[in-house]
Structure formats: structure tokens, C-alpha cells
Design a binder for this molecule. Structure first.
Ligand code: ADP
Length: 396
């Protein structure tokens, strides 16, 4: 069974075609600049060079058509015809309170996702466009929606309620939802397997540290708290997002700088975090270079970032009354040993004890704790696409 996994952004579309018999990724790629001049598709068949196909993609329907052509082309295709795609798994960012698990996409489901658009105005519309495009092009192929928020629907009320007038929750479902759920679920389950333990017996904190970053407390396989909230702005300092801050700052900035709410929102989402403090870049690779050249501001930015991660791990150790493992994933978590090491340096009181030699690894599964450490420190590369494919296969 071949499953096409799609992740639609407003002007991009990421895809993978996975053979579920052996979980082999047959091909993957990215359509860029959809609806903008210069659209193109970067297509990588398994084990071969990436090719770039320039194409006219005024909308996502055209992009899906290009993807299918690339996948089934004689030159660089991996299937003969579209009929070899047995199902499509869609990443959907916000499932609100409606979706506590993945679901087969029906007209009713689409309606319910439309209703969640208020909660994710930047993401859900693009996901819906992708669903609609597939519905038109492959009307008989079953589709499954896998929600970023679903894994966190096990959070108890005391975790997800904001201390705001309850009526806003009643009226608008204004509450904490959390994101990166597909990644947190995959990584926590894989970590348990890797450690040779039953996930039901484990208290795990997963640190998903990418451009967007969040921490999740997973108790017995269930998310009981996570650092992102109603939107992905809450929590850690991220590439360009501010994370937690005093809400009074909004009024302060409006008064001092004469900014509108929209303008402040843009600053908090796009100009803050690592980029905001470092005044250099949102990308940690640039920061690493700058730190090596003695840039103190870059070092400070890294200190702020790591301190916040550690604070959340500490908080979640309290939330679960202890932890068995702290797990690192995503771009930074998988590749930046300095970040891992600095975060862990705050956690020795919990029983974290890092083997610095073992921590010199990138993009591989590894337990980098010293022998006998009470809490295991582990790297598990995330694989959201595989998780979406597995969920899709399970449901169809
Ligand atoms: P996104 O949230 O956009 O998916 P990623 O998970 O790709 O983000 O993470 C992006 C961050 O991870 C950047 O700060 C980048 O510097 C870092 N990163 C990604 N890949 C590497 C790598 N191979 N080596 C070092 N840092 C990396």
C-alpha cells in the first residue's frame, strides 16, 4: 500500500510517497512559490539526486498535479500511474476540541476543520486547500486528516485553561491546545521502544527544538502538558517567536511605539525570539558561527533559549512528579550537541548526567547519558511524515 503524505502551507506543499509494506520512502519533495512567479518543484526519488522542475503553479490543485506527474513520470517517477496511490494523509494544523485523533476525511470533517479556522487562520486554510485539491484530482482515493493538536487533547482542564474569564472558553473555546503533536507522539513512542521500556511505565519530556519549538510532558504515553498554547506563539523562545511574555507588553509597545495590534502581532511572531535578541539571525547555525567568533550577543541568545527549555523540563518534572527521560528532537535537538548539553546542565538535580563524548552526535538515535544516570537523555530524530502515513494506513 502506497500512501501520499501532504503538508500544505500557504505557498508551499511538502510531500512524501511511502510504501507501507516496508515503510520505504519512495520519493519526497517540495513545491515552492505556489501562486507566485517562479514556482517549482524539488523532487527526490529514493536514492537518486534531487531534480528541480520549473512549472506553472497558480494554485495548490496545479501543485498536486505536478506532484503526481513527478511521482509517475518515466524519467524520475517511482510509480506507473496515479492508481498506485492508495490513500492520502494530510497534515492539518488545528483540530480544535473536535479531533482528539486522526480521522478519515468526509464532508462533515471538512466542515469541522473549517470551523477551527478561527483558531489557526494562518495554517488551516492552506491545509483545506490541499484537501480540496486532492478531492478534485483523486476523488476515489481515501484521505485521512492528522492533526497537530490531537495528541494534546489528553491534557486535563487544569492544564489547558487560561486564567481568563471562563466565558471566553465557553463562547470561543479559548484555551491552550498545543502543537507539534504528531512529532511529540512519534518521538515519545520511539524513545520508549529505543529504551526497551513500555511507554505506559515512562514519564518523558520531549523537547522539539526546531525553528518552531515546544516541550511536551508525556506521562504513560499521553500528553499532559505542552508549552504552546492557543497558537504556536506561547512557550519557548523560538526562531522568530517571542514565546512566554508579560501580556502587558502589548499595551506598553502600542503606547511607546504607536503600533497597532496587527503590527505588534507581527513583531511577536516574526521579529522576536532568537532573531530578535541576537539581531543577527533566526537560524542557530549562524549563531554557532558567531559564537565561535566571540559574538557575546549570540552567546546570550543561546543562553536565553536553553534556559527556557530547561525551565519547562523542570516544570514538567514537577507536573509528572519525576521524569525517566528527556528526549531531544527536530533541527536543533537532533543536531546541536551544545544546546542539548547546556539544557541538560540545569537538570543534574533530577538525575540527568550527560556523557559529553556520546553527545557529539547528529541526526541519529542515541542515549547520551552516562552509565547509571537516573534519567536518560536521548536523541530521537522526528519523523512526522511516517507518523502521518502510519495513522492513514491504520484508518483506511
Ligand atoms: P522547522 O521548525 O522549520 O521544521 P527545523 O526542525 O528544520 O525547523 O530546525 C531549524 C533549526 O535547526 C535551525 O535553527 C537550524 O540552525 C537547526 N538545524 C537544522 N539542521 C541542522 C544541522 N544539520 N546542523 C545544525 N543545526 C541544524
Amino acid at each position: 500500500m502506497n500512501i501520499l503524505v501532504l503538508n500544505c502551507g500557504s505557498s508551499s506543499l511538502k510531500y512524501q510517497l511511502i510504501n507501507m509494506e516496508n515503510e520505504e520512502v519512495l520519493a519526497k519533495g517540495l513545491c515552492e512559490r505556489i501562486g507566485i512567479d517562479g514556482s517549482r518543484i524539488k523532487h527526490t526519488p529514493n536514492g537518486k539526486e534531487t531534480i528541480i522542475i520549473e512549472g506553472d503553479m497558480p494554485d495548490h490543485k496545479n501543485a498536486v498535479q505536478y506532484v503526481i506527474e513527478a511521482l509517475s513520470s518515466e524519467e524520475h517517477g517511482v510509480i506507473k500511474t496515479m492508481d498506485e496511490i492508495n490513500a492520502v494523509g494530510h497534515r492539518v494544523v488545528h483540530g480544535g476540541e473536535e479531533f482528539a485523533c486522526s480521522t478519515i476525511i468526509t464532508d462533515e470533517v471538512i466542515e469541522a476543520v473549517v470551523k477551527c479556522t478561527d483558531l489557526a487562520p494562518l495554517h488551516n486554510p492552506a491545509n483545506l486547500i490541499g484537501i480540496d485539491a486532492c478531492k478534485q484530482i483523486m476523488p476515489n482515493v481515501p484521505m485521512v486528516g492528522v492533526f497537530d493538536t490531537a495528541f494534546h487533547q489528553t491534557m486535563p482542564e487544569k492544564t489547558y485553561l487560561y486564567a481568563l474569564p471562563y466565558d471566553y472558553y465557553r463562547k470561543y473555546k479559548l484555551r491552550r491546545y498545543g502543537f507539534h503533536g504528531t512529532s511529540h507522539k512519534y518521538v515519545s513512542h520511539r524513545a520508549a521502544e529505543f529504551l526497551g521500556k513500555d511507554i505506559k511505565d515512562l514519564k518523558i519530556v520531549v523537547c522539539h527544538l526546531g525553528n518552531g519549538a515546544s516541550v511536551c510532558a508525556v506521562d504513560g504515553g499521553k500528553s499532559i502538558d505542552t508549552s504552546m498554547g492557543l497558537t504556536p506563539l506561547e512557550g519557548l523562545a523560538m526562531g522568530t517567536r517571542c514565546g512566554d511574555m508579560d501580556p502587558a507588553i502589548i499595551q506598553f509597545l502600542a503606547d511607546k511605539e504607536g503600533l497597532s495590534i496587527d503590527e505588534i502581532n507581527t513583531i511577536l511572531n516574526k521579529k522576536s525570539g532568537v532573531l530578535g535578541i541576537s539581531e543577527l539571525s533566526s537560524d542557530f547555525r549562524d549563531l554557532e558561527d558567531a559564537i565561535e567568533e566571540g559574538n557575546k550577543k549570540a552567546e546570550l541568545t543561546m543562553n536565553v533559549f536553553c534556559y527556557r527549555v530547561a525551565k519547562y523540563v523542570g516544570a514538567y518534572a514537577a507536573a509528572m512528579n519525576g521524569i525517566d527521560a528527556v528526549v531531544f528532537t527536530a533541527g536543533l535537538g537532533e543536531n546541536n550537541g551544545d544546546v542539548r548539553s547546556e539544557v541538560c546542565s540545569y537538570l543534574t538535580f533530577l538525575g540527568v548526567d550527560v556523557d559529553e563524548e556520546a553527545n557529539k552526535c547528529r541526526g541519529i538515535e542515541r542515549d547520551f547519558s552516562k552509565e547509571g544516570a537516573r534519567v536518560r537523555s536521548v536523541v530521537i530524530p522526528t519523523d512526522e511524515e511516517m507518523m502521518i502515513a502510519r495513522e492513514t494506513a491504520r484508518l483506511i
